[in-house]
Design a protein around this ligand. Structure first.
Ligand code: ZN
Length: 280
């Protein structure tokens, strides 16, 4: 498995991230849509292609199209604009995946799992149709915290199984899944249809009660927290995951640091986990 960097540092930008990723050994990058918009204000798409190539990086996924469930007309229009832009960029840059995220809204807690299931299947099929001519694939990412409407490996896996499209699969994120049940359900990864785990996000978690965990505030470098990452990555290898593992470090503490420090440290810590799996 290669190591990918998922852009999360507010202090950085796409150009700086590409150069730092090259310097510290990453082979791919997940580009944040906001960073791409910013970059394209002063650069062209062909310049981006050249810079990726010069830095030995393949684009893995665009992040992200969020809150895709139960949209009103205005929200849906915004999602479509963002999604269509990402699809076009997939084609131009040879970027395979777009990360799509279920809706965060505590008010949805009155929806039944069936209602969420039905809505997710409908929305993912609609987006799948739009993505198809661009050759883009959707990587649906469950988030375990109770404010999100699709939370577990099982729930997300059943949804994409029913969607049943070649271009719809999953993103599995260690921290996001840990927030659901402390990853005690990680064996459910074996029930995901073969080849349907498109993207893996790696990170670690602070040692806090699950109900206090915030997926974007309590992340640590891989290996520095309480997530059983070796077991998690081993299962992913056993089910045939071959894409890179992608370091995703949302946490205000990281954002305050120099991007170079985080990108360097994050690579070393991720590599250590990968090496320990390889020799065990
Ligand atoms: Zn993630």
């Amino acid at each position: 498995m290669g190591i990918c960097y998922n852009e999360t540092m507010d202090k950085s930008n796409l150009l700086m991230d590409m150069e730092l990723c090259h310097k510290y050994g990453y082979d791919s990058i997940e580009i944040r849509i906001e960073y791409l918009w910013d970059y394209l204000k002063t650069h062209s798409v062909s310049e981006l292609k050249e810079t990726l190539e010069k830095n030995g990086l393949s684009p893995l996924a665009f992040n992200s199209v969020d809150n895709i469930n139960f949209c009103n007309e205005t929200q849906w229009k915004e999602i479509l604009d963002r999604f269509q832009f990402a699809c076009k960029m997939c084609k131009e840059l040879d970027n395979p995946y777009i990360v799509v995220v279920p809706t965060e809204d505590a008010a949805l807690s009155d929806k039944t799992e069936d209602e969420i299931f039905e809505d997710s299947v409908k929305v993912l099929r609609t987006l799948s149709d739009i993505a198809e001519p661009y050759g883009a694939k959707l990587a649906f990412e469950p988030i375990g915290n109770s404010r999100w409407c699709v939370r577990s490996i099982r729930q997300a896996s059943e949804i994409i199984k029913t969607v049943d499209r070649d271009n719809v699969g999953l993103t599995v994120d260690a921290m996001n899944l840990y927030c659901y049940a402390g990853l005690k359900d990680m064996e459910d990864l074996r029930q995901v249809p073969k080849g349907k785990i498109f993207v893996v996000h790696i990170n670690d978690s602070m040692d806090l009660p699950l109900e206090e965990l915030e997926p974007e505030q309590h992340r640590l470098y891989p290996g520095d927290g309480v997530i059983p990452l070796e077991e998690f990555c081993k299962i992913l290898m056993e089910v045939g995951y071959e894409n890179p593992v992608s370091l995703e470090l949302f946490n205000p503490v990281f954002s305050e640091q120099e991007p170079e420090t985080v990108i360097r440290e994050g690579f070393g810590k991720t590599k250590k986990i990968m090496e320990s799996i390889a020799i065990s």
